[in-house]
Write a protein that binds this ligand. Structure first.
Ligand SMILES: Cc1ncc(CN)c(N)n1
Length: 221
């Protein structure tokens, strides 16, 4: 049976490059260039809009009421918690929601979000979840890592609130629920089957998109 941990270990180098990226380390020690962070915040607003649509697509793809509950809860969590926190957080950085809606999508944002939506439109529900999983599982991992890392700077770090947001219990729970849901959906998929290889490829492509999302903060700012 295929597990989420197999998906991670099948692309361990990319996973580490994503979750331990220079952008993440610089958030932790407070040295990230402000322009890169602002660019990231603006693009993340657009990213989250499409991510909410992907949960709605997951609901659409479910064929029974019980299965609809997970993507529905995740969609509610995205709208009521993550997007709300993001909008409040952006306000403190002088970015209004109107500003962010008017900003053009960067190429990395288009590539990542459309990859996820395409996985859902042209593939199965489990393939859609595989494309979405690096988001929730990766950020929960990053948040916890930064909170526990001995050289993370808390006092005077302009990015402290971001660290607290992704290190908090709610985000950890969202990451764990996402992995548990994916495990349950993959329980009948043999590890070395064609279906498993397709899922691993989709997961890895999404991880590579997360790396590109960090990178575009430096390149486009
Ligand atoms: C690009 C990206 N990836 C993941 C997350 C965490 N939901 C996020 N806010 N933005």
């Amino acid at each position: 049976m295929l597990k989420t941990s197999d998906l991670i270990s099948s692309c361990q180098n990319d996973w580490d490059a994503y979750t331990r990226h220079r952008f993440v380390c610089e958030l932790g020690n407070g040295t990230l260039p402000e322009g890169a962070f602002r660019h990231y915040l603006q693009q993340d607003y657009l990213f989250l809009t499409h991510f909410a649509r992907a949960y709605a697509l997951a609901i659409y793809k479910c064929d029974n009421f019980a299965d609809m509950r997970y993507p529905l809860t995740s969609l509610q969590g995205t709208l009521d918690t993550e997007i709300t926190l993001h909008i409040d957080f952006c306000k403190k950085w002088g970015l209004t929601e109107t500003d962010m809606m008017a900003i053009p999508e960067a190429t990395g944002t288009v590539a990542y979000t459309r990859l996820v939506l395409d996985a859902g439109q042209s593939g199965s529900l489990v393939e859609l979840y595989a494309a979405m999983a690096p988001c929730a599982i990766g950020y929960a991992d990053i948040g916890q890592w930064l909170i526990n890392k001995s050289d993370t700077v808390f006092d005077g770090n302009p990015y402290r609130e971001w660290i607290d947001m992704y290190g908090n219990d709610e985000m950890q729970e969202a990451g764990n629920n996402c992995a548990a849901q994916l495990d349950a959906m993959m329980r009948d998929i043999p590890k070395d089957s064609a279906a498993a290889n397709r899922i691993k490829k989709i997961f890895r492509d999404a991880v590579r998109m997360e790396i590109a999302f960090w990178e575009q903060g430096y390149q486009d700012a």
